[in-house]
Design a protein around this ligand. Sequence first.
Ligand code: SF4
Length: 485
Amino acid sequence: MRARLGDETGTLFSDSPERIALVYPSPYRTGMSSLGFQTIYRVIHERGRNAERAFLPDDVEAWKRSRLPLLTYESQRPVSDFPVVALSVAYEIEIAGLIQCLELSGIPPLAEDRNERHPLVLCGGPLTFSNPLPLAPYADAVLMGECDESIHIALDVALEGGSRRTVLEALARALPSAFVPSIHGDEMPEVEKADLCKLPAWGPIRTPHTELRDMFLIEAERGCSRGCKYCVMRRSTNGGMRIVPMETILGLIPDDAKRVGLVGAAVSDHPKIADIVETLADQGRGVGLSSLRPDRLNDRFVAALKKGGYRTLTTASDGASQRLRDQMQRKAQERHLVRAAELTRAHGLERMKLYMMVGLPDEVDEDIDELVQFGIGLSKIAPISLGIAPFVSKRNTPLDGMPFAGIKLVEQRMDRLRRGVKGRVDIRATSARWAWIEWVLAQGGRPEGRAVLDAVHAGGRFADWKRAFEALPAMRTKRSLSVVA
Ligand code: SF4
């Protein structure tokens, strides 16, 4: 921890008596790549409070054996010494990491087992945009949506003191976007939308110990104006896309930042994106973008990306066939993807990586066959990698409630794809089994969330999760389990 701290630029320290432990329920490498986590850390400090970071240890078992409690990076104090512990949860399976972080801290993971001696546990993060109900057994309160401002209101209340009950009641009154499970039951409030003046988010810390190595992270836009049916960040969420002016972005980048990461759900839809990337590349900086839409790529933009250090052109088409892409209202057309491959070759990039989903509703083998032919066609233009993820339906999207295609079926389709493109296209696939677990939680409620504790205590392997979910009475009737079997 000390070595990592020593390698950071921009770490914030404070001797304010108002102390908050900000915990990321995945390892440092992942947590420090999160712009949201870094931004909340910064804005708490800007309000004159002291936020200190802690992460799920890289090796949880080794940490347990050391008998050390979970410590914060800034002062190496136990997390349990802080009056408030705030956790940022990005997606469903991180609930396991949340439980482990609390247990390593000596804090009972279930809210019902905590008392006045224990810190108040607040949760927030991207998961709150879809379905935070499985967090309900663990969180004293969940801050829904964009917390740029609401975190201060929550901390004003939480740090004022008083009994746990008084604080939670005051929080529910003061903050309409606070979900307090012990008061609200299963009724979750609307997600918070931050004021435009709070944008952009930017991260104060640069570190060599993440994938994004020493990158200065800044938000170029928030949200998306498109309407892909499976996506939580589609235009109906928080009013679509909010754009940060180019001058504001450039003005916030420190002179000594050699690499800049431009972040946003649809960052390549920023009307000045090519100008921004070109300016940064001309200043001699490396540039990374969190997403590239194929229909936004053109010669000038790709030339700027190349100059900014891009070696792989990464984009997404999501549906295996044009029929599925149309059904999903995904704008990417074959011609855009072909053009992206041509631009990859024309600008001397090493390869094009294309993200794709398998197991979408209505998908049939012929859709996979179309992808095989299309992938082979693209590979004649430029080296191609396909990143395949099984489709998981999420709340707060038009595809909410869709069943999981089934582990067996997803694996069969992946095999069909692998066999079809063998030797011509590189395939990287994420696990169908873990996608099923994600689906159970994405579509589940408190009981599914509570079952995660059993799965973690049983060892956290797939079989442990499956057993924990199978033990739920409601699950026995769900189609999902028969599909898994
Ligand atoms: S998948 Fe991408 S382009 Fe489609 S709505 Fe979501 S963020 Fe926007």
